[in-house]
Design a protein around this ligand. Sequence first.
Ligand code: PMP
Length: 391
Amino acid sequence: MQTLFRRAERLRNIEVSGIRRLFALGQDASDVVSLGIGEPDFSPPQHVLDAAVQAMSEGKTHYTASNGILELREALARKYQREYGLNYNPESEILVTVGATEAVAIALLAFVSPGDEVLVPNPGFVCYKPAVRIAGGNPVEVPIHENNGFKPNLEAVTSLITKKSRVIIVNSPNNPTGSVLTQGELAELGRIATENDLIVVSDEVYEKIIYDNTSHHCLASLAGLRDRTIVVNSFSKTFAMTGFRVGCALGPKELIAGMLLVQQFLIASVNGPAQYAATAALEGSQEFVSQMVSEFDKRRMLIHRRLSEIDGFRCTIPQGAFYVFPSIHDLQIKSSNLAQFLFKEAKVVTTPGSAFGSQGEGYLRMSYATNYELINEALDRIETKTRRLKK
Ligand code: PMP
């Protein structure tokens, strides 16, 4: 039996996601407020839902092309031209994927060979390291410190590069810290990638969720970077379409062709009606997005203010995404223990910073993609219960 259940070597060192673990607990209990999972509490705009229903009624229920329906690839090409002045050929340079999660995974499966190294942010989005390992590569963690505004230190990045380095994953706006890289900072990372002939996987799923006149710069739009960059994006956050599972990858045709080869045999094609919904999301009014982001902005200010009033939490104001990442160093408790404590005592789900990598220890991630009243309620409870910890 033991041999029967022996897992493949590629699953060694891969554990269940720290976010999902607490999320599952929260689902089973009552009176729980979740600041755990990163998904908007909004429903997608009506015209997006209608497009999925209409596609089904019209019999568009079959497999689609493996790289996605042409309408959606064309809509993506128009978006990147309009917003960033980037030209991608919808025939060969754009791939529709099962969310950004699959896009990142197939980029690594296509271009990482056993023993190759992939630079990933630490703390960073929970899927990166497992995806590197599943692809047979070795993740190399770029430490990200609060005293550098939760941005990668360029000297540290350079010092981690070896002959085996193959890919660098960049994520701005960032999960879990909410930091946003400036054009200059992105260009510097791009320079390091160019000097060392690395592929850049630029995860830009939070491109629209930014505040305070901060701008998002698509990494591929910076000089010289288009031809080594795979831009990864998603409909999950921008249009509150997490359950539709549609994302995309854009890049030079050689990179996209490699990814398509994996995608063909891994998933065949993305859910058809969901692709029509995604097309409607891009082509229709964008008012939904600005309304959602201005609501997130209010919640961001609320959660920041409330946290700054609670002893033991120290919180910078994030410029992007929908997370705060307060320091809990003063409470002198491990982040996983604090998350457990808050779940048990306050019935509030949070995510320990350590779930995002060793450098996340000493922090707690709280998602404010939940409604204003619930955020207030969660913070009331946290305030009351953490008083006990300080004694
Ligand atoms: N990248 C980042 C940085 C994320 O935070 C997430 C979702 N939490 C994803 C990718 C995955 O998104 P999708 O639903 O498109 O797979």
